[in-house]
Design a protein around this ligand. Structure first.
Ligand code: HBI
Ligand code: FE
Length: 285
């Protein structure tokens, strides 16, 4: 069991259990960390009202964790009855298979560490604010909650088939950076956008990125970058569309795509449903 990995991960992996979970140790958070959380929360609250999906905002309104870093146990008392999901504390990023196994059992891993004040506007690795503010409200949506479990089950299968890279693109372009159609225009439901101070307006307003209709195979063949704003955002009509896409067995898709050259993040294909053809590739974040 290695807590160490090839690159220096943030977080303390020394006390984790075999399933990579730890205790949240809520009393260990400093007043400065709670204050940073309050500042991050207040900033995002003013943005999600304008740019987040209705489902996200409806749930956020029922949760009150703007006053400081939340206790996972307190949220689990609400999340369990809502969709049978449970937050588990982890030191930080965990191996793909470990992550999939948690999702497949309706357990969402939430990192316990919070970013530095200097990372207020942008962070590459998921900290507690990204995981909690970005992901947790969506787990209260029954259809999205089922999609996340289906993704976890698919991930275990993909691990066996050596197809994790293709499947992680689906996660990236939906769960992390997905857009959804609403009566008032496109809105964000991806956690990476919802927890970001700058990308949340960029993904909806900017003329630079492409915005393309959701297409499972196309997404699984499209590379992504982890340290810039996205060059292409994919748009779903509703969460049912996302859940339905995970219904079939993906093995034939993996066989169909294996060996094919992936598309670059800024690609536009003749088969794409285009909401917007971007003016320029993403600027460095
Ligand atoms: N680990 N804690 C944590 N959180 C994630 O979001 C996460 C992870 N490990 C792997 C991972 N995400 C992605 O590679 C998934 O596509 C598997
Ligand atoms: Fe995330």
């Amino acid at each position: 069991m290695t807590g160490e990995t090839e690159h220096k991960l943030r977080g303390d992996y020394s006390r984790m259990r075999p399933d990579y979970t730890v205790d949240q140790d809520w009393d260990a958070y400093s007043p400065a960390e709670h204050e940073l959380w309050r500042r991050l929360y207040a900033r995002q609250l003013s943005l999600v009202a304008k740019y987040a999906s209705e489902e996200f905002n409806e749930t956020l309104a029922t949760l009150d964790y703007g006053t400081g870093i939340p206790r996972f146990t307190a949220i689990n008392e609400k999340l369990g009855p809502a969709t049978s999901w449970k937050l588990v504390a982890v030191p930080g990023l965990v191996p793909d298979l470990v992550f999939f196994e948690h999702l497949a059992n309706r357990r969402f891993p939430v990192s316990v560490w919070i970013r530095e004040p200097a990372e207020f506007d942008y962070i590459v690795e998921p900290d507690i604010f990204h995981d909690f503010f970005g992901h947790v409200p969506m787990l209260f949506n029954p259809v999205f909650a089922d999609y996340m479990q289906a993704y976890g089950r698919g991930g275990i299968k993909a691990h066996e088939l050596g197809a994790i890279e293709m499947l992680s693109r689906l996660y990236w372009y939906t769960v992390e950076f997905g857009l959804i159609e609403t009566r008032k225009g496109l809105r964000a439901y991806g956690a990476g956008i919802l927890s970001s101070g700058g990308e949340i307006s960029y993904c909806v307003d900017s003329p630079d990125p492409n915005r393309v209709g959701f297409d499972l195979l196309r997404i699984m063949q499209t590379r992504y970058k982890i340290d810039t704003y996205q060059e292409t955002y994919f748009v779903i009509k509703d969460f049912q569309q996302l859940f339905d896409a995970t219904a079939p067995d993906f093995s034939p898709y993996y066989e169909q795509l294996r060996g094919r050259e992936p598309y670059v993040p800024s690609a536009i294909l003749p088969t794409d449903t285009i909401y917007q053809r971007g003016l320029a590739p993403a600027r460095a974040a």
